[in-house]
Ligand binder design. Structure first.
Ligand code: G3P
Ligand code: CA
Length: 244
């Protein structure tokens, strides 16, 4: 089971910052999960929310801010000065760093609430510019974005993100296979024996978010899920190492 650091090592460091990504790598994470938006002037940036309000000392929607404006905000502002100033990274900055690492990246494209014209191609071009084609996968709650990525990068895996109740009446394995998606990315709450079995039968990988407790980790291991997306990659990795 692969350990993906959710927004980096976000349980202990400011989420989606280069610090959190470096700490995840140091903790031995197999992969990093991150979120991508685009600024008003078209720069790809790594951040979870549509706005910077929750995570930084700034305010505003990313799509209404220029990159220069956004870089003035401190993404570690909510950590009581513990980590100094940590800017919101550009996706380019992340890719340049990742090119020097061995881990893979699960890139979530945040087109579920905001329409960023051409972001799928733009993300792929950045990946190619840094030679990361063989160490990335894509995920999104917007499955049209995934369809686009299948056309742009047909050899790269995509994972269909779904919310807690997103697949209540649909067999996720059948759905993903029919859609050309290689993985299902459910929240832990929507997993059960039946849909795990359906994915296994369909040959669809299961990468589960966001699992931060031992009971959840053990359950995913018992289900033989392919990936865990967690805020505490060091803990998950240490436990999994004892299983070998
Ligand atoms: O990729 C799994 C997870 O990151 C999806 O939810 O809201 O944390 O982006 P969210
Ligand atoms: Ca995410």
């Amino acid at each position: 089971m692969k350990v993906m650091a959710h927004r980096g090592y976000s349980g202990m460091y400011p989420e989606n910052t280069m610090l959190a990504f470096r700490k995840a790598a140091e903790a031995g994470a197999d992969g990093i999960e991150l979120d991508v938006h685009a600024t008003k002037d078209g720069v790809l940036v790594v951040h979870h929310d549509e706005t910077v309000d929750r995570t930084t000392d700034g305010t505003g929607r990313i799509c209404d801010l220029t990159f220069e404006e956004l870089r003035r905000f401190n993404a570690a502002a909510r950590w009581d000065g513990k980590f100094g100033f940590q800017p919101i990274p550009s996706f380019e900055e992340y890719c340049a760093w990742a090119a020097e690492q061995t881990l893979f990246t699960n890139i979530e494209i945040k087109t579920d609430n905001t329409f960023y014209p051409g972001i799928e191609q733009q993300v792929w071009d950045m990946i190619c510019a840094h030679g990361l084609q063989d160490r990335v996968m894509f995920s999104s709650f917007n499955h049209v974005t995934l369809m686009k990525l299948r056309q742009i990068a047909p050899r790269t895996d995509v994972g269909a993100l779904v919310l807690e109740d997103g697949m209540v009446r649909v067999r996720p394995g059948d759905y993903c296979k029919a859609s050309g998606f290689q993985a299902w990315h459910p929240s832990f709450a929507s997993l059960n024996d039946e849909n795990v079995a359906n994915c296994k039968a369909a040959g669809v990988a299961i990468n589960v978010w966001t699992v931060n407790d031992m009971a959840g980790l053990e359950k995913l291991y018992a289900w033989d899920c392919e990936g865990i997306i967690t805020n505490f990659p060091g803990v998950a990795k240490a436990w999994l190492d004892t299983r070998v």
